[in-house]
Design a protein around this ligand. Sequence first.
Ligand code: HXC
Length: 510
Amino acid sequence: MKDILQELENRRAVARAGGGQRRIDAQHAKGKLTARERIELLLDDGSFEEFDMFVAHRCTDFGMEQDRPPGDGVVTGWGTINGRMVYVFSQDFTVFGGSLSETHAKKICKIMDMAIQNGAPVIGINDSGGARIQEGVASLAGYADVFQRNVLASGVVPQISLIMGPCAGGAVYSPAMTDFIFMVKDTSYMFVTGPDVVKTVTNEVVTAEELGGASTHTKKSSVADGAFENDVEALAEIRRLFDFLPLNNREKAPVRPFFDEPARIEQSLDTLIPDNPNQPYDMKELIVKLADEGDFYEIQKDYAGNIIIGFIRLEGQTVGVVANQPMVLAGCLDIDSSRKAARFVRFCDAFEIPLLTLVDVPGFLPGTSQEYGGVIKHGAKLLFAYGEATVPKVTVITRKAYGGAYDVMSSKHLRGDFNYAWPTAEIAVMGAKGAVEILYRSELGDKEKIAERTRDYEDRFANPFVAAEKGFIDEVIQPRSTRRRVTRAFASLRHKKLSNPWKKHDNIPL
Ligand code: HXC
């Protein structure tokens, strides 16, 4: 009997050793943790329950039958993060470079199926040389099986991808279909075709880092939602993000204990808006001052800085924030910011996370590059996302809300529940100068008259009261009491019920 028990321990030890000490050392030498070390840091101590530790590949080509390491290059299972359940897979680069075989894919599919069935998120840690070259089409089939599950799980359970090594070729499309992608600086990259193929086809010379490193994907392509310095920081930050999210689309996000007065008055907000309407200010200051304990988890902070997205808590409850940032492009909406915010709004709506929208937007960015790039379609994404969202929506206009951008930014007309404005708000078709130049074109030569017309227009429209007269603004509020007003608004909406007409699915402009 004792021998049998010992046999299990021996087999476990072999599986845990992955590709052996030499390859583990090589992994460490690159500044990377192993698949198991990553799981250990990600999950609560001792909470990991492993599946399929002894699964081995079935390939018999290229002498592969002689080398069948248990686990087949991916560690899978479930555990908890701060006591809440999560399914995890972590590719083991020390075993065939973490490459994906038929059986490796089956292990991932198994935990994804369980995650969908049992209503818990999936976190995938990617560190892989791609398709297992020795297996050919069986490996491609395995990828497609994972892709299909990514699609089915989308909107059912949150899916988070961590890229902690290579992720190339078609392999990128599994993370691409998850809700969030995070990368590690200098040690991870993602691309559809690598630098060698790029050189052959387009004659461009580019390094892997330039083509698909963390900086590229967080600043240029927006494929990734954030980048971290190293594995340890990345895993700690994912734990932090996880705490904001619900387990699935039928549960609310967890309510955390909070130590911040919901009615806290912030006198400093009364002077946040500069006297000069063209002077920028930092919208992040407002977000942080509204949030419980000033805690803001920003997503995509290095991309399209003219819009800010991320999570805060109010009275311990998760709220998704979308805010124009006057410090970048004067807070204009453009292609990149519309896409960035639209996807975030849809994530929040899919997972019943209420939305707080902070508005200071002078309109859509003009220009040929915007029009040629399809700003009409991309801007429509954000409009569509807000229009279809049925979660509680609270909006605060701090300053400008001009033109179509006023409509887009969670206006009353898109079923905003509470639409507040500060006394500094200016809600109009456009700024006074532009309006007067169009309305009084014949008087443009007369500077004094134009100045007077501009003042008139400002007096009439550069305020929130015209909109408030029509009921488009529910209340004009003091900046200092915004936290109290917004928190109470969300509290009153906790049992909101609103649904859209039945449809198979919508046809959002893509
Ligand atoms: C099998 C692989 C492998 C793969 C790496 N290895 N990639 N084994 N299939 N795809 C093995 C290596 O043989 C080596 O084994 C070990 O993993 C580590 O690889 P190294 O090359 O020594 O590591 P490194 O120098 O860090 O380079 C990593 C790498 C490189 C850049 C990922 O290995 C590489 O280019 N691999 C091939 C990538 C690729 O072309 N994949 C197919 C892409 S197409 P030993 O025994 O020496 O430790 C694809 C299609 C997906 O993925 C389609 C989905 C629809």
